[in-house]
Design a protein around this ligand. Sequence first.
Ligand SMILES: [Zn+2]
Length: 266
Amino acid sequence: MLIILFATHRPDPRPRIAPPWAMPDTSGLNLPPLPALPDLPDFAAGQRIQRPNLDVMVAPEIYRRDDQILLAVELEQALVYVGERFGSGPAAPIQTVVQMDVGCMLNGAAFTDARQLVVYACSSTARPRVVAIAAHEFVHQLAHDRYGPTHQASDLIILEGLATWGAGTYWLSGMPSFRAFVQRQYSGQLLPLATPYQGRPIADMNKLYYQWASFVEFLIETYGRERLDALATTGTRAPGSGDYSGIYGKGLDVLEQEWLVWLAQS
Ligand SMILES: [Zn+2]
C-alpha cells in the first residue's frame, strides 16, 4: 500500500527543503530566498535525548518518555541506514525535533544550513511514520554535507529523488527497489519527469517523488554514482533543469526514454 506522506495544507513555516506545498517558486535562476527558521518550543534540557550524530527533542504531548527514547533509537537506526545507503554520513550532529501539529498533518522539513530537521506529528501518529519522514529529511542533510549548499538549488528531480531513494526501505513498503515500486504502483500512469508539482493533487506529488527516486536509481545503476554526484549540484531548482547533456552526453528526454525501458524490465 502506498504510504501517503503529504498533508493537504501547511502554509507555515516555509522550510528550505520541504514537502511540495512549501516550495518556493523556481522560475528564477537565483537561489530561492532563505526563509526564517520556525519558532520551536523551548524544550527543557531534560527532554533532549542525545544519540550519536543526533540530538532528539520530542514534544511531550506526542509521546510518553519511554516512547520518546525508543523513537530516538529508531531515528538513530534510520540515520545509520540512510548514511550507508547514501554513501556518506553526517558532517556533524543533526538536531531532530518532533513537533506537535494540532491538525495531525504528518510532514517534515530539513533546515540543512542549521542542521535542523523538524517532523510535525501528533499523539496518534505511529512512530514508524515519524521515522519514515525523518529518513527522507536526513538524506537532505547528508546531501548538503556531501555536495555543499549549491545542492539546495539543484534540479528538483535529483534533489527530491535522492532524498526519497536514500530513504530506501523506509519508503519502499516492502518492495525491493524503487524500480519495482514504481512499476507496481504507477505502471501506465506515469507523469513526465520534468513535471512541476505546484497545484497538483497530493497523489501526483507522491507519484513524482517515487518516479524521481526510481530515476535516481536508474542513473546510478546505469551510469554510476560519480556522474550522479556531478549532476546533483547543477540546475536551477526547476525539475529538469540539471545539466544532463553536459554530464551524460544526452538530454533528459533521451535519459527518460531509457528509464522507461529500464522500468519495464523489472
Ligand atoms: Zn524532500
